[in-house]
Write a protein that binds this ligand. Structure first.
Ligand SMILES: [Zn+2]
Length: 333
């Protein structure tokens, strides 16, 4: 069973190892490149080590730099530690930082451009405005100052000229979601350009998306969990996990449902990072009512209608797979 990120109670070094393994498996950084840090409640910075293979990191490899500047651990901290420290000093609201060299964002960095996150509805809100940091030697104090200066202006994501990206978050889950979504935008724009000209949503269309208030089904009075219902939960969790690992779904987007009995079905929840969906997050929809206390995906009405009108359809997947999105954003057929 895949590991679930718990930013509240998981030790920072376990969080870092889990996220670096997702980034590495998804091909979003090189073997030695990229670094992640988390600052804890005592002001200690936990960070990936320098020059150690990112494909086989263990929690005991993670370094700690205490508030007083003492270095604890068996390796050297990441050579890019200076910019992590400078960012935390400039932005006390940021508690985790992801730096990597993902292919599509590096492509933007070498042509000195920032990806337009208006390419899909949810990305602008997740990524926020994206800054651009002029080149400085990787690992230098100068680079640290330049990055902290731009992030200090309120940007949560920046492109580093001819280098890569740095993304901050209120915790590691937030930073990873932003990182993955920004790379997704960059990749979609590049792929779109290979078959046509990407078209962007207007700010008004994005505001409309953010402002929509989901219409909720009434709650069921009681829920039952027969074995065939539990089996379907397990199937949904597994398919979402596989889709994330294959890059066919990202933290911020993707819905899966499966028909259960008659027109009743099970569906993934809203506002939950797709990588971390568990059995008890899945929402049961029975007689047009939802499982008490749970919020199904915003697309639940669409799923309900599809099942009602199409008795032969037993499962639905909504996602933004990278190659099909090239068609989605250009309107090419
Ligand atoms: Zn780097």
């Amino acid at each position: 069973m895949a590991q679930i990120l718990d930013t509240q109670l998981m030790h920072p070094r376990d969080q870092i190892v889990l996220i670096i393994s997702r980034i590495y498996k998804r091909g979003l950084t090189t073997t030695s490149g990229g670094n992640i840090s988390v600052i804890d409640d005592d002001g200690n910075i936990w960070i990936t080590p320098s020059a150690i293979d990112k494909g086989s990191l263990r929690p005991s490899d993670i370094m700690c730099i205490t508030r007083e500047g003492k270095i604890i651990g068996r390796h050297k901290p990441s050579s890019e530690y200076p910019f992590h420290r400078a960012i935390y000093a400039a932005r006390p609201d940021l508690k985790a930082i992801v730096h990597a060299h993902p292919p599509a964002l590096v492509a933007f960095s070498i042509v000195h451009q920032i990806p337009d996150t208006n390419v899909i509805p949810q990305a602008k809100h997740i990524c926020g405005p994206v800054g651009f940091v002029p080149y400085a030697l990787p690992g230098s104090e100068e680079l640290g100052e330049k990055i902290a200066n731009i992030i200090g202006q309120g940007y949560n994501s920046v492109i580093l000229e001819n280098h890569g990206t740095v993304v901050g978050g209120k915790d590691l889950s937030d930073a990873f979601e932003r990182f993955e979504t920004l790379e997704f935008c960059a990749r979609t724009i590049i792929k779109g350009k290979t078959i046509g000209e990407p078209r962007y949503l207007s700010d008004h269309q994005i505001e409309e998306f953010e402002a929509q208030i989901p219409r909720l089904q009434p709650e069921l009075e009681n829920s039952e969990y027969p074995s065939d219902e539990r089996e379907k939960r397990e199937q949904i969790v597994k398919i979402v996990q596989r889709a994330c690992e294959q890059g066919l779904m990202i933290s911020s987007y993707g819905t899966v449902s499966t028909r259960w009995r008659g027109n009743d079905f099970l569906i993934t929840p809203t506002d939950k990072l797709r990588w971390d969906i568990q059995r008890n997050d899945i929402v049961q929809i029975r007689d047009g009512k939802r499982e008490p206390g749970k919020l199904p995906s915003r697309s639940v009405w669409l799923h309900q209608e599809i099942y009602r009108r199409n008795p032969h359809i037993n499962s639905i997947i909504l996602t933004q797979s990278p190659n099909l999105m090239a068609f989605g954003v250009t309107g090419k057929k």
